[in-house]
Design a protein around this ligand. Structure first.
Ligand code: GDP
Ligand code: MG
Length: 163
């Protein structure tokens, strides 16, 4: 089965860390053309027996708190349009921020199979942030630590269910 997954969410939630973890060294393409596709990365991901295309969306660390610059919005919309399943990441350590709710709305309106991922969930520090993530109305947040490689089995199960 071949499918495409898009990783979306506000800056600093760990999108690129998850991308790198799923792709390993099998980076297929770095698209650095200017415009809306800038900084979008695609790679060949593997998780258990699943092989799929994964899209990372860029950081835009310069975005003022709470705002959603047009280019971030365009890039997110483009990635979602290409995707069969959307991974919306939130940061379980920081808790929900206004921009997470904005991304939650975008993803909800897209009406695609969506997996809500509470990243940075290693240890106990992520517990309350993960519970907060229910407020997005996108189902059960999957606890994950992209950095430490924890929760990948649950992500696998969620992908299987979403497809
Ligand atoms: P992006 O802006 O969403 O692409 O986020 P990055 O992947 O660049 O990660 C932002 C920061 O969060 C970096 O300092 C990462 O090392 C850190 N990070 C990513 N995943 C995890 C995680 O699972 N646990 C913790 N504690 N930190 C993480
Ligand atoms: Mg990134």
């Amino acid at each position: 089965m071949s499918f495409t997954a898009a990783i979306v969410g506000r800056p600093n939630v760990g999108k690129s860390t998850l991308f790198n973890r799923l792709v390993g060294k099998r980076l297929a393409l770095v698209d650095d053309r200017p415009g809306v596709t800038r900084d979008r990365r695609e790679g060949d991901a593997r998780l258990g027996d699943l092989e799929f295309t994964i899209i990372d969306t860029a950081g835009f660390e310069e975005a003022p708190a709470g705002s959603l610059p047009a280019r971030m919005r365009e890039q997110t919309d483009a990635a979602i349009a290409m995707a069969d399943v959307v991974l919306l990441l939130v940061d379980a350590r920081s808790g929900l921020m206004p921009l997470d709710k904005t991304f939650g709305e975008i993803v909800r309106k897209a009406n695609k199979p969506t997996i809500l991922v509470a990243n940075k969930s290693e240890g106990k520090a992520g517990e309350s942030g993960r519970l907060e993530a229910y407020e997005l109305g996108l189902g059960t947040p999957i606890p994950l630590s992209a950095e430490h490689g924890e929760g990948l089995g649950d992500l696998y199960d969620a992908l299987r269910e979403a497809l």
